[in-house]
Every structure is written in structure tokens, then in C-alpha cells.
Ligand binder design. Structure first.
Ligand SMILES: *[C@@H]1O[C@H](CO)[C@@H](O)[C@H](O)[C@H]1NC(C)=O
Ligand SMILES: *[C@@H]1O[C@H](CO)[C@@H](O)[C@H](O)[C@H]1NC(C)=O
Ligand SMILES: *[C@@H]1O[C@H](CO)[C@@H](O)[C@H](O)[C@H]1NC(C)=O
Length: 616
């Protein structure tokens, strides 16, 4: 696996921003002095939760009075009550005891930038009936939001900013330290700890699965992309080559676990540049390879005394086994979790992956854009999808065909001020951050496959507020599964106008006035900007306009300046494919306007000088 992509961000993992270590409540204290709950109004819930669901999650021991620790999740604090003192949010054994169930506590932590991820994470668990959870808040803004929404929260005590930070940044490295410190703080309380990153969601209650391996000190997820088992048992650790992933792992409060946690802490605190996951992997592999007697799927690890198991990546999924391989479907297994790794567009890309899979809980406004939506059927020719070998050439022919349609759709969406619902995107080749033969040998990736949008598009750039003067108006978009999402309101779903393209030379086509409401609107191909605006001005109240095709749907902008800005914008929307094997520079940039360049071929750059996107 040579030829690393220099233009590529490295290993995709969860990203956040961090401040100092546990301790220090000064900032929080100031915040609490200044605010009391009675003067605050409760914020909107991400989604209405039914009282029945909340009631079922309430503790079964009525003898205990309700406190902020054992209150049912999603039940807001009593109206008019004061915000508890900062001390009340300190992580203590009592707090954990109040929430733990059967000796297990499920924990995640983050900052305000990840509020929507955290609410999604909690909501999936409560929907599964799991309420023995706690969320660590790394800033007071998040702490307050979670408290008001009835999510059990504790103060990480770290004075940190509330924004997101890039992968590999100094603040990112500090985040790893928070996790290590938290594990060290929690294990002495004597509870089993299922530690999760907030960029993952639970799809099935994992606690019974974890209980199947009571002798394991540690059960960890991994970046394994090649299956080592075909059922739901732990991975065959002898064949695991992927790194252990610390985004999902389960610790039992045993002596070997505590020793590992302490060594891990000492290691990462001793070196600022050390990535916590690498440090963990190094420690886990210090002594490794002796099977546990009678339990062949556990291995002695770390100091030779820690019993470790590797959770199967087919059902404790990474961003590759879930979104790309769909391994659980192919093996007919029920997935427990998905972690948005193996992903190429930052935090925005992670959110988009979850949205594509309809696993993200958005605000109601997300499902009802004021200007309405535009969608289209991609009708990809069968030959592009299925004929011939799966090569770089056939992959680009397929993606380029789709790019051209999406470009047209973006233009029409921009013109009509509608939100574009992306079509599903098909790829013939996988994307990694290193050279590979198209799909990785041993994986279950099918060809062609429905690829995540971030394989081709720069999702984070598309969401950026690009200056209007240079890039024209923002174009909002939604994931391909949007119209099938059960959260789409009925009023939106049923307000649909179908549009069929027709040939202007056909007399049927010129009669653009739709006389029959049940028939699609006929629109001449290559219609001008004026014509489009004119026709669709009568359908402003229609929520969804659905084109049967985007091939030659639009004749072009009438104003050259508008066109230039649009081109500036959408050129930046596409990323790169990675990577051709055995080349120093193996990636190939997608080009939104490939069709305007006669003889365009998908070749990686020959020299460092040529190694830049086509628009720069
Ligand atoms: C609540 O629990 C009861 C009994 O355990 C069950 O019959 C009911 O369906 C549950 N309701 C919900 C909303 O889960
Ligand atoms: C639309 O325009 C394209 C490109 O100029 C052209 O190839 C095509 O024949 C046109 N189609 C119709 C129906 O006018
Ligand atoms: C469409 O037809 C209706 C009646 O058949 C008429 O009232 C309306 O003005 C027509 N609209 C256009 C845009 O021609």
C-alpha cells in the first residue's frame, strides 16, 4: 500500500476542540452566578419526544426521589427551578451510581460545536431503551443546553472554546488527552465503561452483546476492513491488521484495565504530538498474541495479563464497513453501531453520512426549506454503470456523467432558489487515502456501489458561506435519501410537481400550460433562464419540483457575470479520487467542467507543479 496521497487528509477520525485538563471550575462558576434557570426559556428539542417513551425510560425504583442525576432522559428540569450549582455537575461516584444500570455506564463527551451529534447520540440510545448514559460537557454552553433538555450531563471542567477544530491540529491532540483522563477518572468508580465518540450512533442495544464476553477486560472496535468472521462473534484477532479504534471501546474496571489506562495517560501526557489512538495501539501490542485459555476470541494483550477482544467491524461498523461495503447487509447481520470514520469532508461530511443513512436527527426546519426543493432522476445509462471492467477510466466516465447532471441541477436550483436534493451517487472504484487496486482486496465492496457523497464532493466547501461577489448566491442541498426520510412532513411530501423534459420541435412540448393537474409539466430541453423563471413562477408554493431527467434541462444563464460566479462556485464543489497504485502522486482531481475540455482524461498529476485542482 504505497503512494500516499499528499493532498489528502490522513486517517479520518473524530475531531473536536479541547482546552485544559480536568479540574478548574472557575469559568463555569462565573457562568452559574450570572444565570438562573427561572430567567431562561427552554430551548427547542431536536425532535418532540413522546411522553410514553420518556415514561418507559423512567427508573423502576419509585422509592428514590427524583434528582438531576436519575431524572428520566428528555424530561426537562422543573419549570422555574434554579440552575444547580457547578458542584452538582462534577463527575462523582454518586452521579455514576445514579445512572449506571447492571454496573454499566455509557459515556460520551464533546463541546458545543457537537450539540447536534450529541443529541443524536443520546436519542438513538433512549430509542433503544438505554438510559444508563452520561455526557461530558467540555464547555458551559453545552452543559447548560444538555441540562435544560434533560440529558444527564457532567462538567469536564476544561476551559475550552466552543468551536470545531481540524483533524491533527494541536487542539485535536489535546482532545485525546481528555478521553484518557476521563477513563482514568471513571474506572476507579468500579463501573464498566462503554466509551464512545460523539460521531457514532447506536443502532441496537450493545449491552447484551458486551455481556457475552464477561471475562474481557477490554473490548475495542477497529478499523478492520476485511472480515475475519462471517457471524456476529468477535473478530479473529489473529487476522486483524486494522488499528484498534478508540472511538468505541468497552472497559471493565479490572486491575489490568486500570494499569493500561494509567500507562496510556502517562504516555500521552509525556508527548504533546502523540496521537492518543497510536499510543493506545502501541500499548495494546506491547505483548500480544497469547490466546486466553478456553476463549480463543480473547487475546492476552498489553502487559500479557489484559484480556482483549476485538468487536466485529461488520456490526460495530466503521465508516467503511457500513457506508461503503454494507458488510452487515451482505452477511445478513444486524448492525449495533456506526462510526463515521473513513470519511473525507470533516465534521460536515460525518453529519452528511449520517443524514444519507437517515440516522441523524435534524431540526424540523431542515425538512421544510422556505423556497422548496428540487430533485431529479439521474437515469444513468446501463453501459456506464455495468459494462466493461471497473477501471479508473470507467469510474470517471460514470462519475463525470453524474457530475454534468448535478451541475445542471445546481444551476436550476440556484435560479429557482430551491434546495437541491442530491441524487444517489454511483461509483465503480472505492476511495482511500493511499493507492489501491480499485477496491481493496478481501473487502466486500461491491462494484458499482452507492458511494457516500464525500467520495466525490467537498461537502464542507458546499456548506461554506462563500462570498457572494465572487461565487454568487449560496445553493442549499440535501442528502439523496431526503425525500424518503420519515421526518419529511406529509405536507411537503405531497406537494409535488413532476416535470418532464421534451423536444421543442414536438408540438406537444410547446403547450407548456399544464391543463391536467395529474400529468407532469412538460418543459422544453435547453430552456433559457427567462423561460424557466417564467414557467416556474406559477409553482412557487409547490414544495418539491421533480425533474424526470437533467440531461440538457437548461440552456444556460443569460447574464455572463452570473454564469462566471456560478462556475467559480461549483468548480470548488468536487474533490479528488485516491489513488492510483505505485505512483508518487496517485490522486486524480474531479473536474466539474470536464466536458468542455476535449480529450480530458483521468490522469494523476505528472509533477508537483501540476498537483492542484483544475480551478486553481
Ligand atoms: C412501555 O412499556 C410497556 C410495558 O413494559 C410496553 O407495553 C409499552 O409498549 C412501552 N411503550 C413504549 C412507548 O415503548
Ligand atoms: C440541447 O443542447 C445541447 C448542447 O448544445 C444539444 O446537444 C442538444 O441537441 C440540445 N437538445 C435539444 C432538444 O435542443
Ligand atoms: C393556462 O391555462 C389557463 C386556463 O386553461 C389560463 O387561465 C392560464 O392563463 C394559462 N397560463 C399560461 C401561463 O398560459
Amino acid at each position: 500500500m504505497a503512494a500516499w496521497c499528499s493532498g489528502e487528509s490522513t486517517k479520518p477520525v473524530f475531531v473536536g476542540i479541547y482546552g485544559a485538563v480536568l479540574g478548574g471550575f472557575a469559568v463555569s462558576a462565573l457562568f452559574f452566578l450570572l444565570s438562573s434557570f427561572s430567567s431562561l426559556s427552554a430551548p427547542l428539542l431536536p425532535l418532540p419526544t413522546t411522553p410514553a417513551a420518556a415514561a418507559n425510560l423512567s427508573r423502576s425504583a419509585p422509592a428514590r426521589p427524583e434528582t438531576m442525576y436519575n431524572r428520566p432522559i428528555w424530561k426537562p428540569p422543573p419549570w422555574g427551578s434554579r440552575m444547580p450549582s457547578p458542584r452538582a455537575f462534577r463527575l462523582t461516584r454518586d452521579m455514576v451510581a445514579a445512572r449506571a444500570r447492571d454496573g454499566v455506564i455509557v459515556v460520551t463527551f464533546g463541546n458545543y460545536a457537537f450539540l447536534d451529534f450529541i443529541l443524536t447520540w443520546v436519542r438513538h440510545l433512549t430509542d433503544l431503551g438505554v438510559d444508563n448514559l452520561l455526557v461530558g460537557a467540555m464547555d458551559t454552553k453545552l452543559l447548560r443546553e444538555l441540562y435544560l433538555r434533560g440529558v444527564p450531563v457532567f462538567d469536564m471542567g476544561s476551559r475550552m472554546a466552543t468551536e470545531d477544530a481540524g483533524w491533527g491540529s494541536p487542539t485535536f491532540h489535546k482532545m485525546g488527552r481528555e478521553k484518557v483522563l476521563l477513563i482514568n477518572a471513571l474506572l476507579p468508580f468500579g463501573y464498566e465503561l462503554l466509551m464512545c465518540d460523539t460521531d457514532m450512533v447506536w443502532l441496537k442495544n450493545p449491552l447484551p452483546y458486551l455481556a457475552r464476553y464477561p471475562d474481557a477486560d477490554l473490548l475495542t472496535s477497529s478499523d478492520q476492513v476485511i472480515p475475519t468472521v462471517t457471524d456476529d462473534n468477535l473478530e479473529n484477532w489473529r487476522e486483524v491488521t486494522g488499528a484498534f479504534n478508540i472511538g468505541i471501546f468497552h472497559w471493565r474496571p479490572t486491575e489490568p484495565s486500570k494499569r493500561l489506562a494509567k500507562d496510556w495517560k502517562d504516555l500521552v501526557l509525556s508527548d504533546d504530538k502523540l496521537w492518543d489512538q497510536n499510543a493506545f495501539n502501541d500499548l495494546a501490542h506491547k505483548i500480544f498474541g497469547q490466546p486466553v485459555e478456553g476463549q480463543g476470541d480473547l487475546v492476552y494483550s498489553y502487559d500479557g495479563k489484559l484480556k482483549l477482544g476485538v468487536l466485529p467491524a461488520s456490526i460495530f461498523c466503521s465508516g467503511h464497513t457500513y457506508f461503503v461495503q454494507g458488510m452487515y447487509k451482505q452477511l445478513h447481520l444486524e448492525p449495533y453501531a456506526v462510526h463515521t470514520t473513513f470519511q473525507y469532508a470533516g465534521t460536515e461530511g460525518k453529519r452528511h453520512r449520517l443524514r444519507e443513512a437517515m440516522l441523524f436527527f435534524d431540526q424540523p426546519s431542515y425538512y421544510d426549506s422556505p423556497g422548496g426543493f428540487l430533485s431529479f432522476k439521474p437515469n444513468i445509462p446501463k453501459s456506464l454503470l455495468l459494462d466493461g471492467a471497473h477501471t479508473v477510466e470507467s469510474h470517471f466516465a460514470l462519475v463525470n456523467y453524474q457530475l454534468k447532471q448535478i451541475r445542471t441541477a445546481l444551476a436550476i436550483a440556484s435560479l429557482l432558489k430551491r434546495t437541491l436534493v442530491m441524487p444517489p451517487l454511483w461509483c465503480r472504484l472505492d476511495r482511500m487515502w493511499f493507492g489501491h487496486p480499485g477496491v481493496m482486496e478481501g473487502t466486500m465492496t461491491r462494484q458499482p456501489f452507492l458511494c457516500p457523497m464525500d467520495h466525490v464532493f467537498e461537502v464542507h466547501v458546499m456548506l461554506k458561506d462563500l462570498p457572494k461577489e465572487e461565487f454568487g448566491p449560496h445553493i442549499d442541498f440535501r442528502e439523496y435519501s431526503f425525500l424518503e426520510n420519515p421526518f419529511l412532513p406529509k405536507e411537503v411530501k405531497e406537494s409535488l410537481l413532476e416535470v418532464q423534459l421534451c423536444d421543442d420541435r414536438n408540438s406537444r412540448c410547446s403547450a407548456v400550460n399544464r391543463t391536467d393537474k395529474h400529468r407532469p409539466l412538460l418543459l422544453p430541453r435547453n430552456s433559457t433562464e427567462e423561460k424557466l423563471l417564467n414557467i416556474f413562477s406559477s409553482y412557487k408554493s409547490v414544495k418539491i419540483i421533480q425533474f424526470s431527467s437533467m440531461v440538457d434541462a437548461f440552456g444556460g444563464f443569460s447574464d455572463a457575470a452570473v454564469e462566471t460566479k456560478f462556475r467559480n462556485r461549483v468548480k470548488r464543489y468536487v474533490g479528488l479520487w485516491c489513488c492510483v497504485e505505485f505512483r508518487e502522486i496517485g490522486h486524480i482531481y474531479y473536474d466539474m467542467y470536464w466536458d468542455e475540455k476535449p480529450g480530458w482524461r483521468p490522469h494523476p498529476p505528472e509533477t508537483r507543479e501540476q498537483d492542484h485542482p483544475p480551478w486553481s
